[in-house]
Design a protein around this ligand. Sequence first.
Ligand SMILES: Cc1cc2nc3c(=O)[nH]c(=O)nc-3n(C[C@H](O)[C@H](O)[C@H](O)COP(=O)(O)O)c2cc1C
Length: 215
Amino acid sequence: MEIDPESLASGDRYKLLIGSVVPRPIAFVSSLSPQGVVNLAPFSYFNAVGHSPLALMFSVSKKPNKTDKDTLRNVRPVSEGGMGEYVINLAVESYIQQVAEAAEPIPYSESEFDYLDLSTAPSKVVRPPRVAESPVAFECKTLQIVPIGEFSIVIGQVVHLFIRDELVDERHRVNADRLSAVGRMAGYDYCYTHDRFTIPNGFSPEKKSDSQRSS
Ligand SMILES: Cc1cc2nc3c(=O)[nH]c(=O)nc-3n(C[C@H](O)[C@H](O)[C@H](O)COP(=O)(O)O)c2cc1C
């Protein structure tokens, strides 16, 4: 079928998107309100921006009542009432249940850490704490927030990286089995990252003959 996205209801666009763009990594974002409340929420519209500088992005929708989600309020620059910093913890198998639970909307004045079986550890450079159970935590400062319709793309520069010693070798390669990252599929589905295969880059320099070429 051929689909004009604008002809669809928003919920149907959502289902096509999250069912097709898979698997998505999950940012487990810890942030701090100016009043000192630590917030925690998962975001799977999440990816790397680049490594010079080391930068990450995640995208946040509005709450059903069209106001900003608590994370977005906190990561906004100080001039816009936020703290301008946050931590992206990675979602891994050992606490994926708590990642899903942290999506529960609770009042801005309350902390998800008071409800979940997770603890905080102090960050090195930013004020929001990291998730102590997370093997990787990117301490970020907000570089830019780009509005795209009802969404806001939060782009942050990583100002400090915590990663457990046993995950990294002397050449800075991360051991994927020990990391045990989890990806998000559609709906309530998730996937593991331990079923992998290897393919070298590039092709051999022989052009396909005309008959092999498809139109
Ligand atoms: C695995 C997972 C991924 C999610 N990804 C996103 C996302 O990319 N963007 C978004 O706006 N909400 C996403 N959500 C929903 C938010 O986590 C949810 O709205 C949460 O209550 C926001 O919390 P906050 O108001 O404390 O920031 C996701 C939920 C789950 C369980």
